[in-house]
Design a binder for this molecule. Structure first.
Ligand code: INI
Length: 158
């Protein structure tokens, strides 16, 4: 029997791209901070001159799949992390944005074979989003950890 799982031992050699939405930047920039803190603590160079991390900004969560697809197709990255925040109170088309972002990201990941972490907060209120972006817990940190695990796991099954 083979037990196949991701590890965190070689995290420091992974090449990572983050695709982040500017919409609700108050939230997404906090998710990014948490994400970078986790990557950095696992040995990934997150400096401006880093050769193993790129960050792409898009207008909103709706645009996350297209730019993720472009980046994944370059073959330069072992794993991608998408960051966004869609808040129900702010928009009547909440369901459309969430649905397109989630389906699009899942489709791109399967099509390209590159793991893409779904780091899009979907909340009813700004307060809930703030709580998940640092006031109580910063999910950006968790998304980065999941990225490291998947980056390792995809290598283990390739
Ligand atoms: N984009 C988000 O990331 N979060 C939102 O809450 C949101 N709202 O409220 O509408 C949102 N809209 C913008 C959308 O993602 C696109 O950028 C826009 O429709 C242009 O295609």
């Amino acid at each position: 029997m083979a037990t196949i799982e991701g590890t965190f031992e070689k995290s420091s050699s992974l090449k990572v791209a983050i695709v982040i939405a500017r919409f609700n930047d108050l939230i997404t920039s906090k998710l990014l901070s948490g994400c970078l803190d986790c990557l950095s603590r696992h040995g990934i160079d997150v400096s401006e001159s880093s050769k193993q991390l790129d960050i792409a900004w898009v207008p909103g969560s709706f645009e996350l799949p297209l730019i993720s697809q472009k980046l994944a197709r370059t073959g330069k990255y072992e794993v991608l992390i998408t960051l966004g925040a869609v808040i129900r109170g702010d928009t009547p088309h909440f369901d459309v944005v969430v649905s397109e972002a989630s389906k699009g990201i899942a489709t791109v990941s399967r099509e390209t074979g590159v793991p893409i972490i779904f780091g899009v907060l979907t909340t009813d209120t700004m307060q809930q989003a703030l709580e998940r972006a640092g006031i109580k817990n910063n999910l950006g940190w968790s998304y980065a950890l999941q990225a490291l695990e998947m980056g390792s796991l995809i290598k283990a099954v390739s």
